[in-house]
Design a protein around this ligand. Sequence first.
Ligand code: GRF
Length: 189
Amino acid sequence: TKIAVFASGTGSNYDAIIEAEKNGVMDAEVALLVCDTPNAKVLDKANEYGTPTFAFDPKQYRNKEMFEAKLVEILQLEKVDLIVLAGYMRLIGETLLRPFEGKIINIHPSLLPSFPGLDAVGQAFDAGVKVSGVTIHYVDEGMDTGKIIAQAPVQIEDDMTREDLQKAVHQVEHTLYPATIQKLITRGE
Ligand code: GRF
């Protein structure tokens, strides 16, 4: 199975996925890292690990259809089977969605359908909920709305800060994402 990871920022989930590939926890090859932020940290990591990258600046394209058409071309050339969004801060449009229907997954730092959208960890913290967590779901045209594949809880203890919660959520993400990808591969999805 060939995977493309899409990321915009730090890339700690990309890291976790690469580690899982190296350790044999995940039976897949990260064939490409796609990044829409030319100077993102994740690009340095990809260079370190030797993952081929495609970094682009959306502003250099006339519109979303144009850069998504370019992405489809590259993904098909690389024979990518599964697109893994890991902190890719952009909605997927129908140009990319249609040829990869059911083959794009996302990780979101809350128990969906609670707290979709930006800063889900902050939203959960401010709401004062005692349990939040992580969701992995198929991507559709909506914002964090596709069919749920896996979820894991994170307890929010009374003495936790926003940063503590962020850390705890990330920790859960780093094991849940590779494990879920592996499950999809085993099921042949
Ligand atoms: C993660 O918390 C993920 O759930 C969200 O964006 C964050 C990306 O973090 N979609 P990182 O770049 O993988 O460290």
